[in-house]
Design a protein around this ligand. Structure first.
Ligand code: FAD
Length: 425
């Protein structure tokens, strides 16, 4: 049996995929869905979030984004929950000439990577989003970006797990049980033990203390506003006073405004200053936000790694697998994370996928990133033509059998292998 420590979006997603494949899994978490996943805005925006130095992350993000429509449709069908997945793109706006120049440079970079973006004038931006400030001078539309409500996703995953009869133990794991050089289970806070063939650590920022991995908390404060009707029809981002701010509309009239990025350890206090800055900057983009009702404020801790890439896959210690360190993209990367772990576990014919087992994939960091040979088209990710109804149902691994798909997973597995850090054993 596998024990999955942590019931955030990542752990629950891995558990659901494993259970559907017929594997015996147990999730352990004192409060599933309460970590960073509860705070997250839910942007699935690898293109508009692109940073020049983060080519490998872009590649993972694009690959995971392509999985989201089928993943959401299957999860909604099995759980009976609506996820509010929206695919209307992200609009990145600029105010001054400097901002415009930055966006233009970014657009050129994206063109080189063959990523779909459209340059827009201020007027075109306002035609798309009439509530934008008149001072918006131009923008960049990433039409392929999407977003989802992460709270609905974790609720749906919990419901789907319940339907499959997967145990979710509401308890805190105190430590990993080690025996004969391997991890053999977990010890709970009350002293109880859960033996396991494999332990998957998916405990967000707590993964560091449990498994000694280089994951640090990066605080994010975020607020939810409520409007009688939708103020925006797509995600809007911008940089105000040198700080990025975004607004994410939900189908039910909620507008999410985020998020601060603070290195303050395990501090989850919501501060007046943090909220003031968010509202001040959001108002520059969309003046009408200050009229809305404030419905929720929360601070979450993103599990950051030294290179901003997640830690997914087996470690050098038999029995210990990681699914953590997803930093600011855990919602986006959850379906891909589950696919990577399933490929490692199940492979083509019941064994691990060749080249993805421990010791077999210590490839160079940055493979596939810009500047290391990845040409246009490499970022398009997995073209997922498995629509709802003709895709992966329970106990099926068709996708993993497809050789192109497996080759892609092998390459992606290298990018996030825990083996890139010597200290992880
Ligand atoms: C403000 C903010 C905005 C964000 N916006 C986005 C976004 O737009 N898009 C995106 O993709 N990502 C976003 N993120 C990042 C995203 O939230 C994280 O990457 C993701 O939630 C990580 O998921 P996780 O399951 O690994 O961790 P978590 O969601 O933190 O879950 C970890 C779980 O482990 C449990 N746990 C901890 N310790 C133990 C233990 N000892 N025993 C048992 N269980 C334990 C916790 O109770 C928790 O439920 C945002 C994050 C923040 C803070």
């Amino acid at each position: 049996m596998d024990v999955i420590v942590g019931g955030g979006v990542v752990g629950l997603c891995v558990a659901w995929r494993a259970a559907r494949a017929g594997l015996a899994v147990t999730v352990v978490d004192p409060a599933p869905g309460s970590g960073a996943s509860h705070a997250a805005a839910g942007m699935l925006a690898p293109v508009s979030e692109v940073a020049y130095t983060e080519g490998p992350l872009l590649r993972l993000g694009v690959a995971s984004l392509s999985r989201w429509p089928a993943f959401a449709a299957e999860l909604a069908a099995e759980s009976g929950h609506e996820l509010d997945l929206r695919t209307d793109g992200t609009l990145d706006v600029a105010f001054g000439a400097d901002d415009l120049a930055v966006l233009d440079e970014l657009a050129t970079y994206m063109d080189k990577l063959d990523l779909p973006v459209e340059r827009l004038t201020g007027r075109q931006c306002r035609r798309l989003e009439p509530m934008l400030a008149p001072s918006v001078r131009g923008g960049l539309l990433a039409p392929g970006d999407a977003w989802v409500d992460p709270r609905r996703v974790t609720a749906a995953l919990l419901a789907a797990l319940e339907r499959l009869g997967v145990p979710v133990v509401r308890a805190r794991v105190r430590e990993l049980l080690r025996s004969g050089g391997r991890v053999a289970g977990v010890r709970l806070e009350d002293g109880g033990r859960l033996p396991a063939d494999r332990v998957v650590v998916a405990a967000g920022v707590s993964s560091a203390e449990l498994a000694g991995v280089p994951v640090r908390p990066v605080k994010g404060q975020i607020m939810r506003l409520r409007s009688p009707g939708p103020l925006l029809s797509r995600c809007v981002r911008g940089t105000v006073h040198g700080t990025p701010v975004y607004l994410v509309p939900r189908g039910d009239g909620e507008l999410v405004v985020g998020a601060t990025q603070e290195e303050l350890g395990f501090d989850t206090r919501v501060t007046a200053g943090g909220l003031y800055e968010l509202l001040r900057d959001a108002r520059e983009l969309v003046p009408g936000v200050t009229e809305l009702e404030l419905s929720d404020v929360v601070a979450g801790l993103r599990p950051g790694t030294p290179d901003n890439l997640p830690l997914i896959g087996p470690t050098r210690t038999p029995g210990l697998t990681l699914a953590t360190g997803h930093f600011r993209a855990g919602v986006l990367l959850a379906p891909l994370t589950a696919d990577l772990l399933m490929a490692e576990h199940i492979g083509d014919d019941g064994g691990p996928v060749e080249g993805t087992g421990p010791g077999e994939r210590a490839g160079p960091m940055g493979v596939g990133g810009p500047g290391d040979g990845a040409g246009p088209g490499d970022f398009r990710g997995h073209e997922d033509d498995r629509g709802p109804g003709n895709g992966a149902g329970p106990q099926r691994h068709e996708g993993l059998r497809d050789s192109g798909h497996r080759a892609e997973l092998r390459e992606l597995a290298v990018l996030c292998s825990p083996e890139r850090f010597r200290e992880i054993s």
